[in-house]
Write a protein that binds this ligand. Structure first.
Ligand SMILES: [Zn+2]
Ligand SMILES: [Zn+2]
Ligand SMILES: [Zn+2]
Length: 151
């Protein structure tokens, strides 16, 4: 990782009023290299970069960064939360039901809420969370190959 990128990430933290720590910088670096990682994956990446760090310290860093809007937390139904550093563009996600791979999909509208509720019940809506579930091309191809092998 280049020096310039570290300085950018430190500036990003300061801009959001967050104290710059080695842990928080390492978490941000892990996320820019592997977006949509789980907390456990981020902890492993951070450990390989800065050495021993408790799981709790990683969770604390993720919670702070999420609270400040520096990273985004995605909670797919029935699986671990994922984190990413692509924020503020209201993009959505495709998730494979078979291998859990998650990829970004741009929002056609680009701003929240991009879906208008038919009935808002008087709520001020600030977010429409969209996750498309299905199968990735690899898993779909693998299944096709299995079917062909059985024929
Ligand atoms: Zn898949
Ligand atoms: Zn994303
Ligand atoms: Zn949208």
């Amino acid at each position: 990782m280049s020096m310039g990128a570290s300085i950018d990430k430190a500036a990003l933290l300061r801009r959001h009023g967050v104290q710059v720590t080695a842990q928080r910088l390492a978490v941000l670096r892990a996320l820019s290299e592997e977006p949509h990682s789980t907390a456990a994956e981020i902890a492993a990446a951070v450990r390989s970069e800065i050495g021993a760090i408790s799981q709790q310290a990683v969770y604390d860093a993720l919670a702070t960064l999420t609270d400040k809007g520096i990273i985004r937390r995605i909670q797919p139904a029935g699986s671990s939360a994922r984190y990413e550093d692509r924020v503020d563009d209201n993009h959505h996600h495709l998730i494979c039901r078979s291998c859990s791979q998650m990829v970004d999909v741009d929002c056609a509208i680009g701003e929240t809420p991009c879906l208008t509720a038919a009935e808002d019940s008087g709520y001020e809506i600030d977010e429409a969370e969209v996750i498309y579930w299905g199968r990735c091309p690899d898993c779909a191809a693998a299944e096709q190959a299995t079917i062909r092998a059985k024929q």
